[in-house]
Write a protein that binds this ligand. Sequence first.
Ligand code: ADP
Ligand code: MG
Length: 146
Amino acid sequence: MAEASFTTHSSEETIARGRDIGARSKPPLLILLSGDLGAGKTTLTKGIVSSLGAAREEDVTSPTFTLVHKYSGANLVYHVDLYRIGGFRDFETLGIEDLFSENAIVIVEWAEKLPLRSPWPALLIHLEHAGDDARRITVEEVPAAR
Ligand code: ADP
Ligand code: MG
């Protein structure tokens, strides 16, 4: 299981790291983002989604109220935000499990709240504040479950 970590010092740098991650990603893939409010989950997602050619950076926003955004361009990307998810019943109505039958990249913010295991390979990305505009970002690759 490969693991890498790095520190960024601006949102632009985090977006650039997101682009690198997107460039190395191919569907099917689950990208699980964890970390506090303001840690940079949506910012990193902007880079990932734009380098996948699924949407422009400025069109990627946190799906805080709708919970799921769908971006389809060169790749199909779903962007999920579980910040406001209530209980499991709430989660079931989202239909996340149905996404696993598509050839997509699924990015989940607040992945700490995801109550399921996926059959797909995954990238576990944890972001944390490291003072002012610094963010510590750890990326762990998890192979598909067998
Ligand atoms: P989250 O989705 O984790 O709640 P956002 O990406 O929406 O976080 O917000 C991160 C905020 O922190 C933005 O306002 C961004 O401009 C700011 N910021 C400052 N430094 C960084 C950095 N190094 N990486 C990411 N965002 C940063
Ligand atoms: Mg967010």
